[in-house]
Design a protein around this ligand. Structure first.
Ligand SMILES: NC(=O)c1ccc[n+]([C@@H]2O[C@H](COP(=O)([O-])OP(=O)(O)OC[C@H]3O[C@@H](n4cnc5c(N)ncnc54)[C@H](OP(=O)(O)O)[C@@H]3O)[C@@H](O)[C@H]2O)c1
Length: 343
């Protein structure tokens, strides 16, 4: 593979409020050092976090410029001395926290987040440690693989590595964005019973086709926790991927089953909300903070996706030149599943 001297790369450039997205031509390509890998990026995907960073709602420290997006996949273009995990031509995806390989996170984990604390994937080439990459499962395209590092690993971590989901459990998903649709696919493949909410009946119909056993329109049924209880014979949800934040947390907690777990993940309606301690104690229920996951989570997820031949649900893929349109589309919230930018 011949490697050019320079590349096209998007940068977020700080403005009075938030950032502007700018295409930079002639950006340098850093040759891989010891145990580093140069990746020719072939696809990236957007998460809600990326829109929030652009608007200045998500902290990225004092950085004035950064390369956005945590999620990307591509092929190995060159390897540095001593590299053993990958060779030229291998298909790879980046891990969200470059420094979190397995076990518990540390105080330093947050400082290794791609597309935030450190430069991300919206570029033709990136240079990363060989430890910060995983192989792409054979059944997935680059676009598929680019959907996984944040949303799918988060859903996996919340449901499986921390939640210990079992076949037969009821799993509650809020809305039909990236994290929730991965949660639905993982739960259905594991033999659990997914229940999902949405503002759109058309999206709920698509969710049924993916294995949802009950669907609830949270616009027409504002007290949707009662509908969750009704759909589960009064038991409630054993697992909830809580992505809605302050506007959904009280209902998620009201619908938790005895022994259940609510994985605190997102703040689509803003973070916040009270934890009803007495009621959780009475139900032996837990609330768990989840911040993406480790490389080990990503590898376990990939093995599961391969075993069950699961492919991500891609709503729309934009060309690299239309990255700005991809951000604007993501911001509308009209997507179902993931929004991709391909290179
Ligand atoms: N902690 C972590 O590690 C982590 C990882 C990934 C994401 N997150 C957070 O999790 C949230 C979801 O992320 P994402 O990337 O999956 O977002 P996304 O793809 O943009 O999902 C947006 C969808 O969520 C639904 N939604 C919006 N407001 C809602 C509300 N008030 N109640 C219920 N559903 C609502 C809508 O679905 P319908 O159109 O179907 O109504 C909307 O289309 C974000 O807050 C994100 O920052 C956290």
């Amino acid at each position: 593979m011949s490697i050019p001297n320079s590349q096209h790369q998007y940068q977020l450039v700080r403005q009075a409020k938030g950032f502007s997205l700018q295409l930079r031509e002639g950006a340098p390509i850093r040759q891989p050092g010891p145990r580093e890998v140069l990746v020719r990026v072939r696809a990236t995907s957007l998460n809600r976090r990326d829109v929030s960073i652009l608007k200045g709602f998500y902290p990225v420290g004092n950085r004035d410029t950064l390369v956005p997006l945590s999620d990307g996949a591509g092929e190995v273009a060159a390897v540095g001395p001593g590299t053993t995990r990958f060779k030229v031509g291998d298909r790879v995806a980046a891990i969200f926290f470059q420094g979190w390989l397995a076990g518990r996170p540390t105080a330093q984990t947050g400082a290794s987040a791609l597309g935030g604390a450190i430069d991300g994937m919206l570029a033709q080439y990136v240079t990363l440690s060989e430890e910060g990459l995983v192989p792409v499962p054979e059944h997935l395209s680059f676009e598929d693989a680019a959907c996984l590092p944040c949303a799918a690993v988060t859903a996996w971590h919340g449901l499986v590595s921390r939640g210990r989901m079992q076949a037969g459990d009821t799993v509650l998903l809020e809305g039909t964005g990236g994290v929730s649709i991965f949660g639905l696919q993982i739960a259905a493949a594991a033999g659990a019973k997914p229940v999902i909410t949405s503002s759109s009946d058309a999206k709920l119909e698509r969710a049924r086709a993916l294995g949802a056993v009950a669907t609830i329109n949270y616009r027409t049924t504002p007290e949707w926790s009662k509908a969750v209880l009704a759909a589960t014979g009064g038991v409630g949800a054993h697992h909830t991927l809580e992505v809605g934040g302050a506007g959904t947390l009280p209902q998620a907690l009201a619908a938790v089953a005895p022994g259940g777990n609510v994985a605190l993940i997102g703040g689509l309606s803003g973070f916040g909300g009270d934890i009803p301690a007495g009621s959780l104690v009475g139900r032996n229920a837990s609330v768990t903070g989840i911040f993406v996951g480790s490389r080990a989570d990503f590898e376990a997820l990939n093995a599961f996706l391969a075993k069950h031949a699961i492919r991500p649900v891609i709503d729309r893929a934009f060309p690299f030149e239309q990255a700005e349109q991809a951000y604007a589309y993501m911001d509308t919230g009209s997507h179902f599943g993931k929004v991709v930018i391909r290179l």
